[in-house]
Write a protein that binds this ligand. Structure first.
Ligand code: NAP
Length: 313
């Protein structure tokens, strides 16, 4: 599919995009542009390499240039919480923003998505949302057919994605949550956050006791992205045949050594493509306030990642 038709770009064309550092491997433009085209929108989705120290200026600039909204990826998600004018409830519990919608005060006195305002509003604001947290739960529910609520879960990794996933799993009333990370103090911080926000959830730092069966193990570390990476869990502390399901947030390669070992141990497995897809679907819904073509986005993302016409650099 031709993604950027220069004859189509005109003075009324709207823009959105993703900011990150680095950004070169982002699949978001490949996923969003075909969806926006299928929706009949005269919008383009771009990717920008932005350093954290420039984030505030870039956000304000995009707002005054009339951008629809922006997605944020590493390392901007926490920083953006302090930069947006208004934090949506979807972002408040996690203190992380991955989607910004630019809004204007319309002639009728209501804040609206900027692109829906009739004139060029002189008062504008940015609202920060989080679509990552729901996306990981939706992916686990739909792809592993696991209810989450009432399940016991081991989360490997306590970086940005591991923290939000652990907090979200707790908010969905998992029965037990085990947290493991190379830097153990990060697990301890998350454990305290969970105990404060979701006191009924049993949360422990460390692997489940030997031979204890659990419903799900999640890899939220970056181990598996590179072929020479170590495994993300300690085989002497935890056997994968004690888990019924395994979810890897990594989607490239499609089957990491963690997922391969889990499949061979009899687990039901899924990679992180669904998580990437669903955060993008939700972001596009926030911007357009319309139903978006999820199947189109999934197919575009899979083509981009697994069947690229131009190999990734
Ligand atoms: N599918 C999706 O849409 C999606 C979205 C977000 C993230 N992800 C994936 O999730 C993973 C984590 O992302 P993130 O944003 O949370 O990154 P991050 O904040 O940089 O966290 C990285 C995590 O990996 C651990 N780690 C890194 N190198 C390690 C090593 N050599 N040995 C042991 N542990 C190591 C870190 O442990 P320490 O705390 O000890 O450093 C930390 O827990 C990445 O693979 C990313 O691609 C996927």
């Amino acid at each position: 599919m031709k993604l950027l038709d220069f004859n189509r770009i005109g003075a009324r064309t709207r823009y959105c995009g993703v900011l990150g550092h680095p950004i070169g491997h982002s699949g978001s433009p490949a996923m969003h542009n075909p969806a926006m085209m299928a929706m009949g929108l005269d919008w383009n989705y771009l990717a920008f390499d932005v350093l954290p120290e420039n984030l505030a200026d870039v956000l304000r600039g995009a707002m005054w240039m009339g951008f629809v909204g922006l997605n944020l990826t590493v390392p901007h998600k926490l920083l953006a919480c302090d930069l947006v004018d208004h934090l949506d409830v979807s972002a408040q519990p996690w203190g992380a923003v991955n989607t910004i919608r630019f809004e204007g005060l319309d002639a009728d006195g209501h804040w609206k998505p900027l692109w829906k305002c009739r004139d060029s509003p002189t008062q504008r604001r940015m609202t920060g949302f989080n679509t990552d947290a729901n996306a990981v739960i939706r992916a686990i529910r739909e792809e592993l057919e696991l209810p989450v609520s009432g399940n016991s879960v081991l989360v490997l990794g306590a970086g940005g994605a591991g923290r939000v996933a652990s907090l979200k799993l707790a908010s969905e009333s998992v029965s037990k949550l085990f947290l493991v990370n190379r830097t153990q103090s990060r697990c301890e911080t998350i454990r305290q956050e969970i105990q404060q926000q979701f006191p009924t959830v049993e949360v422990m730092v460390g692997y489940p006791p030997a031979h204890q069966k659990i419903d799900l193990v999640v890899n939220a570390t970056s181990l598996g992205l590179r072929s020479d990476d170590d495994l993300p869990w300690d085989k002497t502390q935890f056997q994968l045949n004690n888990a019924a399901n395994a979810y890897d947030m990594i989607y490239q390669p499609a089957e990491t050594p963690f997922l391969k070992a889990a499949r061979e141990a009899g687990c039901r497995t899924s990679n992180g493509l669904g998580m990437l897809l669903y955060q993008g679907v939700a972001a596009l819904e926030i911007w357009t306030e319309r139903h978006v073509p999820t199947a189109t986005m999934r197919e575009a993302l899979m083509s981009h990642i697994y069947r690229p016409s131009h190999p990734h650099s």
